[in-house]
Design a binder for this molecule. Structure first.
Ligand code: NDP
Length: 445
């Protein structure tokens, strides 16, 4: 495999798709050796077939606001690779959404889903619609219009979307309602459903919980106890919430959390009612963190800055792609960070990853650290098929086991001669092998 040539060709075909090309580069550079050691992959054109999505659906989403004004957004579904199961991956509603971002997310999802060991292919979808500041009725009308197109290509055995940025229980509910009406069936076609209509316990917290379970395994490779360690998180969405809850439960102290207006530093720890308050702030539709500092004396709000300048033991990017850059990494390293777990997808830039690896800091990529979200979606699918609901403990035990297995796989393929674990390499190789072998077995399709 000639990585540079493949990337140059891809760039010519898809100019300007920066995030997608970044994600492909990261994977190809780390699987090059195993790829070249197995001539069957080259003979079956695995890379050429893997880097292009199976299909992409793009559609217009017209909707009316509460003042009867018409708006039009763009909707997408990228069905990337279905070698090991139905396409599976979230739907993102955010003004920044474009095809490059959804292709990067769908590409990453292939390897992440493979790592979970559950039968799920990779996909992703979304729209440039911004739910922020919209009324429930506006969000409902948008979701219904979105589903009027999407339902044609999804189904419990073909493509099972879930939530992501801007898509939580409310949006899943509205989309599911419209799907059910159109398809005339009550099946597990979306995950992240409400508990009383097919959802799974632990799903809302699963990405953050799984992320912290994974970080705990990383620390254990160095005999470090998570108890008493300080933590910073970016964002205060669904993922940051679950991570803050679990980190606190395991005895760590979350001292920083951020929003689009800056970050909050709270030396006493952001736990209990303070986490609930963050949720209140979020649901108030303002999406800012500044009021936290007024509410809880002793904490301070730092306007317009990222939380990475705070001295902590563990940093958890939980917001969006490329949110931690080389400069942020240098600051964290200078301040003695021990471990960085990307819970957002591709949260760190390539420069940041290189800096962490060079400094031999424990660093693991989103496709391993945040796989607990999709894994629990897979568990929701299993419960839907069985027409059963597992208890919170049953789901949590499975989630813990899956995160442990992913960690073992990363160590197996990522441990270097000097003992340092390259989790990026480990996750990519482990995820790739299963999908590539399935593609070889199934012929050129
Ligand atoms: P939420 O919408 O609940 O929260 C996202 C947070 O990130 C918000 O604080 C949001 O602020 C901020 N954010 C989003 N986009 C940007 C941007 N372009 N620039 C700066 N800040 C941004 O999303 P989730 O918590 O569900 O997702 C967070 C991350 O975790 C994403 O990378 C997602 O792909 C990943 N992930 C999520 C899973 C899940 O189960 N939900 C599963 C696996 C991964 P604002 O709204 O102001 O932009």
């Amino acid at each position: 495999m000639n990585v540079e040539k493949i990337l140059t060709d891809l760039e010519k075909k898809h100019p300007g798709e920066v995030e997608y090309l970044q994600a492909v580069r990261e994977v190809l550079e780390t699987i090059e050796d195993v790829y070249n050691e197995n001539p069957k992959y080259e003979a079956n054109g695995i890379i050429e077939r893997l880097v292009e999505p199976d299909r992409i659906l793009t559609f217009k989403v017209p909707w009316t606001d509460d003042n009867d004004k018409v708006h039009v957004n763009i909707g997408y579904r990228v069905q990337f690779n279905g070698a090991i199961g139905p396409y599976k991956g979230g739907i993102r509603f955010h003004p920044s959404v474009n095809l490059s971002i959804l292709k990067f997310l769908g590409f990453e999802q292939i390897f992440k889903n493979s790592l979970t060991s559950l039968p799920m292919g990779g996909g992703k979808g979304g729209s440039d619609f911004d739910p922020k500041g919209k009324s429930d009725r506006e969000v409902m009308r948008f979701c219904q219009s979105f589903m009027l197109e999407l339902w044609k290509i999804i189904g419990p055995e073909t493509d099972v979307p879930a939530g992501d940025i801007g898509v939580g229980a409310r949006e899943i509910g509205y989309m599911y309602g419209m799907y059910k009406k159109l398809a005339q069936e009550h099946t597990g076609v979306l995950t992240g459903k409400g508990l009383n209509w097919g959802g799974s316990l632990v799903r809302p917290e699963a990405t953050g919980f799984g992320g912290v379970y994974f970080v705990d395994h990383m620390l254990k490779t160095k005999n470090i106890d998570i108890k008493g360690k300080t933590v910073s998180c970016s964002g205060f969405g669904n993922v940051a919430w679950g991570a803050a809850l679990k980190a606190t439960e395991l005895g760590a102290k979350v001292v920083a959390i951020s929003g689009p207006d800056g970050y909050v530093y709270d030396e006493a720890g952001i736990s209990g009612e303070k986490i609930n308050y963050m949720l209140d702030l979020r649901s108030s539709n303002q999406d800012i963190v500044a009021p936290y500092a007024q509410k809880f004396p002793g904490s301070k709000f730092v306007a317009g800055k990222k939380p990475w300048e705070v001295k902590v033991d563990i940093a958890l990017p939980c917001a969006t792609q490329n949110e931690l850059n080389g400069e942020d990494a240098a600051t964290l390293i200078k301040n003695g960070v021990i471990c960085v777990g990307e819970i957002s997808n591709m949260g760190c830039t390539p420069e940041a990853i290189e800096a962490f690896q060079k400094a031999k800091i424990l660093f693991a990529p989103g496709k391993a650290v945040n796989a607990g979200g999709v894994a629990t979606s897979g568990l929701e699918m299993s419960q839907n098929s069985l027409k059963l609901s597992w208890t919170r403990e049953e789901v949590d035990v499975r989630l813990k086991q899956i995160m442990e297995n992913i960690h073992v796989a990363c160590v197996k393929y990522g441990k270097q001669a000097d003992g340092y674990i390259n989790y990026v390499k480990g996750a990519n190789i482990a995820g790739f092998l299963k999908v590539a072998d399935a593609m070889v077995d199934q012929g050129v399709v």
